[in-house]
Design a protein around this ligand. Structure first.
Ligand code: ARG
Ligand code: ZN
Length: 471
């Protein structure tokens, strides 16, 4: 349970009087990091470098319990600070000492250390917590998928608050060690490399490591009964795929798609440059929802992605995100085009390579199939609003913007931009304007008008030149 600490006001006043003047320089960290779409996401005043999660999950009851140790650096003089978490907390320690804490909102855990924290210091925060993630509601819903044999955290823009305390925003990336104990015969899947697993007393513990900066929503946990395949890439990176034992008729198609992860990643390296992480793979839990997600190193795929047979295109999409979305992440959720426009365009490039239609042909098709009155054109991919963050226009019109760019600057510069960007901003964050400026720098052409037309005007743009010529 959250323990609410109530300080009677008289006592609070006397405490205030007792504090030396300099303490006035210590102020609370903001309860949000400043995202314009999601004001409660993330927090201010500190920057996390590492999460160490030591958890136990019982599929029968959906009880998740454990300890998170967070290593962070203070960015201001802090009197207190927040973490984002929806589960129940029993103890918090800051730099080893018990701290006061209170749940001050659906996903806000407010922590007051015994002594204020000075700016630019390393701080360790230990949070003991427990709860049933499927019962946690934030904004009226739960991001946790409970499955017949376990549970899964994989959602965008948020999933972390259902399974660990964090600074839940892509602006604050960190490395992760995730250690999860589950009943023997059940597996726990997460990001990166499986360092080890061991069994005792009826429980098996899986130790996962993701050693490059990772946004909190890209951390994933899947517990269930999986068939696991392992391999190594030509370059020596471990590949691990996991398929629920309960995929029914979709089992073959799922494998026929995800077992091609290494092949797809090799091709993407030619387009985007070196693969940015320490492991590869994919997993398919027996969830009922339909989407896929680019969880770092190991994308999540709904079984429904494979209803019509193999779907390598979705593998291309989620792996493209490893460069565009995971290594280079949004600054603010309004910049979602920096992820989705490129992941969709990479599907068009795969089609082009496979001889199933060039990117230009697909662009012409999308353009022609959407009448000017189609509300599709009212969504601005460069700032779609939180309600339209994953609208198909962000993807398709987002990719049309890239085709327009390709036609404007030519293949040589276009592909130089596609490959240069993930290096320029590797493991960092960027906004739409950063991409526009980068493309202008590489091509030497002014491009603000082109991007304004394709990303920011709520109307169907005039037919692009090449599309006209094509018909
Ligand atoms: N980034 C994911 C993808 O492009 C989208 C996930 C959208 N989430 C959702 N609940 N619809 O595959
Ligand atoms: Zn995507």
């Amino acid at each position: 349970m959250h323990r609410r600490i109530i300080v009677p006001s008289a006592l609070a006043a006397s405490l205030l009087l007792a504090i030396p003047a300099s303490a006035a320089d210590f102020t609370p960290g903001a309860p949000g990091i400043g995202d314009s779409y999601y004001p409660a996401s993330g927090n201010g005043g500190y920057d996390v470098s590492h999460y160490d999660l030591r958890l136990k999950y019982q599929p029968e009851t959906d009880l998740l319990e454990g300890t998170a140790t967070i290593v962070a650096t203070t960015k201001q003089n802090l009197s207190r600070f927040n973490l984002d978490l929806g589960l129940d907390v029993s103890e918090v320690r800051v730099n080893g000492k018990k701290a006061r804490f209170a749940a001050t909102g659906e996903q806000e855990l407010e922590i007051t250390p015994v002594a204020p924290l000075e700016k630019n210091r390393t701080v360790s925060v230990v949070v003991r917590y427990a709860g049933k993630p499927s019962e946690v509601k934030i904004g009226g819903w739960t991001a946790w998928h409970r499955t017949p044999d376990g549970g899964v955290a994989a959602q965008e823009p948020d999933s972390a608050a259902w399974w660990f305390p964090s600074n839940d925003h892509p602006l604050d990336k960190a490395t992760f060690d995730v250690s999860v104990s589950v009943p023997d015969g059940t597996q726990a899947i997460s990001n990166g490399v499986l360092q080890s697993q061991s069994s005792r007393l009826g429980w098996t513990r899986y130790n996962w490591r993701s050693n490059k900066p990772q946004a909190t929503y890209l951390a994933t946990l899947a517990v269930g009964k999986f068939d696991i395949t392992t391999d190594r890439t030509a370059g020596g990176l471990p590949v691990l795929n996991a398929y629920s034992k309960d995929l029914g008729d979709n089992a073959g198609a799922a494998r026929a798609s995800i077992e091609r992860t290494t092949e797809v990643a090799e091709w993407l390296e030619e387009v985007f440059g070196p693969y940015p992480f320490n492991a590869l793979g994919g997993y398919v839990p027996n969830v009922t929802s339909g989407y896929a997600l680019e969880t770092q190193t190991r994308p999540f795929y709904s079984p429904r992605q494979f209803n019509n047979g193999a779907n390598v295109s979705v593998v291309v999409h989620e792996l493209a995100h490893q460069w565009y979305g995971d290594s280079v992440s949004v600054d603010n959720w309004k910049d979602i085009w920096v992820n989705e426009g490129f992941a969709r365009y990479s599907q068009w490039l795969w089609s082009e390579k496979e001889g199933e239609g060039t990117a230009q042909e697909l662009a012409d098709y999308v353009y022609a199939s959407r009448a000017a009155e189609d509300p599709f054109w009212t969504v601005k991919p460069g700032d779609p609003g939180p309600e339209n963050q994953f609208h198909v226009a962000v993807y398709d019109r987002g990719a049309l913007a890239l085709q327009a760019l390709r036609n404007e600057i030519g293949d040589e510069d276009f592909f130089a931009v596609l490959k240069g960007w993930p290096t320029e901003f590797a493991y960092g964050n960027a906004e739409v304007g950063d991409f526009v400026r980068y493309a202008e720098r590489i091509s030497g052409k002014p491009l603000a008008g082109l991007f304004d037309t394709w990303l920011y005007q709520p109307v169907k743009p005039a037919a692009p030149a090449a599309a006209e010529a094509g018909v």
